[in-house]
Design a protein around this ligand. Structure first.
Ligand SMILES: [Zn+2]
Length: 343
């Protein structure tokens, strides 16, 4: 019997040596030490032993049990330690790993261009003036030399809210407001903002678009000052090689008035499809402030003069980025907008 117990010890310890996981360890515990295990099986034969043999065999059996238990316990601790280590390893943060790239937004191309335009003029000493988008007929038309029934009002089909209140059709009412607030002092402002017209949306028109107008009033302000300012502006926007030309035009609030063309951004003036072979692209309207407008703004046209200009931000953005349809700016297609993130 003693040999069987020793044999069991050797067999159990050898088998335990090979154990790789807690499940097998538990299986072996049951196999050797369980109620129906190998040790119990052997001890069933104790009944046939003599009184002298019994305590000796009992002692051996206890030794064998203790030896097996000790190994099981030690193995168990090892497994627990490994599990802890694995968990710690899994939870470790590697601070040297590159971070996950978060999707970032970007400035809308229209805002970007508007900002650039503003920056150019701020650099030239202009300040920014703003006003309401819902305007009175007086500020939007009348004070700009466009009395009721003036034929030029047809040029701008407007969104009227009441007979006297409308969505502004240009940012010019801000100029009027600035003149009235300045009470005869010199002015040098740009007026950026949204404007509204009853246009059907197409590649070059929208019922809502962004304008930036400029107004300078002071003594001896001349047409050449206007031209120099605009040349400076286009060269900063489109590059040193850009030139401008002024064509006579008509606006009720300026006299004389001019349309301004810039050297074609595509062909540099040689003629291409974009400029219809002329080498020029229309970019903005301008002129010397009409004496009537100066008067209504509280200035004496005998004492001071001024110039004004106005441009569509969409138009400038189309030219700057070579885009052929302003609807791209409003449909919020991220594939389109994302291209400007890095520009
Ligand atoms: Zn061209």
């Amino acid at each position: 019997m003693k040999e069987r117990l020793e044999g069991l010890r050797i067999e159990a310890l050898a088998e335990l040596e090979q154990v790789q996981n807690p499940q097998t360890l538990n299986d072996l515990r049951v196999k050797y030490l369980g109620k129906k295990g190998a040790l119990t099986e052997i001890l069933r034969g104790m009944g046939g032993l003599s009184a002298e043999e019994r305590p000796i065999i009992g002692q051996v059996a206890n030794d064998v049990r203790a030896a097996i238990e000790a190994v099981i316990e030690q193995k168990q601790e090892t497994f627990q330690q490994e599990e802890t280590n694995n968990r710690l390893r899994a939870e470790t943060i590697d601070v040297t790993l590159p971070g996950k790239a978060l999707p970032t937004g970007s400035v809308h191309p229209l805002n970007k261009v508007a900002q650039e335009i503003e920056d150019v003029f701020i650099g030239l000493g202009y300040s920014i003036a703003e006003g309401p988008e819902v305007e009175t007929d007086y500020y939007n038309f009348e004070a700009l030399n466009l009395p009721k029934n003036h034929p030029a009002r047809d040029m701008q089909d407007s969104f009227y809210i009441t007979d006297d209140i409308l969505m502004r059709t240009h940012t010019s009412p801000v100029q009027v407001r600035t003149m009235k607030e300045s009470k005869g002092a010199p002015i040098k402002v740009i007026c950026p903002g949204k404007v509204y017209r009853r246009d059907d949306d197409d590649a070059t028109h929208s019922f809502q678009f962004n304008q930036i107008e400029g107004l300078v009033i002071g003594r001896n302000i001349r047409m050449s000052d206007l031209k120099g300012t605009l040349l400076q502006f286009v060269q900063q926007m489109f590059g040193e090689q850009a030139q401008i030309r002024l064509r006579p035009s008509f606006f009720p609030f300026t006299e004389p008035s001019a349309e301004v063309d810039v050297t074609c951004v595509q062909c540099g003036g040689n003629g291409c499809r974009m400029c219809k072979q002329t080498g020029w692209l229309e970019i903005l309207g301008c002129g010397m402030v009409h004496p009537r407008v100066l008067e209504m703004g509280g200035y004496d046209p005998e004492e001071v003069s001024g110039f004004a200009f106005g441009m569509g931000v969409e138009r400038i953005a189309l030219l700057k980025y070579g885009i052929d349809d302003i609807r791209h700016f409003y449909t919020n297609d991220l594939r389109f907008l994302g291209q400007f993130a890095r520009m």
